[in-house]
Ligand binder design. Structure first.
Ligand code: SAM
Length: 274
């Protein structure tokens, strides 16, 4: 079994070929000897052997059946490694990660076409994680590490920022991959917080408020909230006044703490709690 078949564009297969970058990613993942590590998309295994060497347990999720079979065959003598041949978006991550006591260290060079969706799946299991080291398209990384009122600030910044401390570690240029992607990439380190950065009340409501606020970037916050499910039946003027937030502002100018204030008030007072 070989891993040398032509890379599949549909699965975002840009394989890392730069050993310096591999080493830097592995160092920045800070794997401890008894860590349980999850690698999403091992591909041809640029990171995998380093992870298998260092981790107490390693689970690989790979959607490309040929590559999953390649790793299963090659690592069959290693009882600490499990290969899951599946679409990570269809795997019940909470059930998988709860099988092992302790928290998981996630390492992945994510396929760009599904990276935001994967981020939201990982957000759902933040309480099961000790650290994440993820390679993302630089632009997605910029969004995660941005501040209010800049163009990169958006839904992912606020929702992921509630539960993770996110730091950009370094940039990776297209020449480090085969085939070369069109854009730069970035390695980001995510440290899960034990308590959320702000008290938001009902998290479904928080998600609803944040998504609504960014749904129409040119409109005011009041206009965006008017059509949102999470504010149905709510006196918007009272909501904004109670939270001391000017409804003429744009959603993208609100800090995480201000979103939390809106969400808390709605959780306590909204007629329709999601
Ligand atoms: N980790 C390898 C590396 O650094 O060279 C490969 C990274 S490549 C950018 C992304 C990998 O994710 C590919 O191996 C691809 O087959 C796999 N992949 C794509 N979509 C996936 C999905 N939905 N679930 C699991 N793996 C997926």
């Amino acid at each position: 079994m070989s891993s040398n078949r032509r890379p599949l564009k549909s699965l975002g297969q840009n394989f890392l070929v730069d050993q310096n970058v591999v080493e830097k990613i592995i160092n920045s993942a800070r794997i401890q000897p008894d860590d349980a590590v999850l690698e999403i998309g091992p591909g041809r295994g640029a990171l995998t052997d380093h992870l298998a060497e260092r981790a107490g347990r390693l689970v690989l999720i790979e959607f490309d059946h040929a590559l999953a079979a390649y790793h299963r065959e090659r690592l069959k003598e290693n009882p600490r490694v499990t290969v899951i041949d599946a679409d990570v978006l269809k795997v019940d991550l909470d059930a998988l990660l709860s099988e092992t006591p302790g928290k998981w260290n996630v390492v992945a060079n994510l396929p760009y076409n599904i990276s935001t969706e994967v981020l939201f799946r990982l957000l759902e299991v933040h309480h099961r994680l000790s650290r994440m080291t993820l390679m993302l398209q630089k632009e997605v990384g910029d969004r995660l590490a941005s501040e209010p009122d800049c163009s990169a600030y958006g839904v992912t910044t606020v929702l992921l920022g509630l539960w993770f401390d996110i730091r950009r570690s370094f940039i990776v240029h297209p020449g480090s991959f085969h085939p070369r992607p069109k854009v730069d990439s970035a390695i980001l380190n995510f440290t899960p917080l034990l308590t959320p950065r702000a008290e938001v009340g009902n998290e479904n409501i928080f998600r609803g408020v944040v998504k609504a606020a960014f749904s129409m970037r040119r409109k005011t916050l009041a206009n965006c909230l008017k059509s949102a499910e999470c504010t149905k039946g709510t006196d918007l003027e009272l909501l904004l006044k109670s939270c001391d937030i000017d409804g003429r502002r744009r959603g993208e100018t609100l800090s995480l703490e201000e979103f939390a204030r809106l969400s808390r008030w709605l959780s306590e007072n909204a007629p329709l709690v999601a």
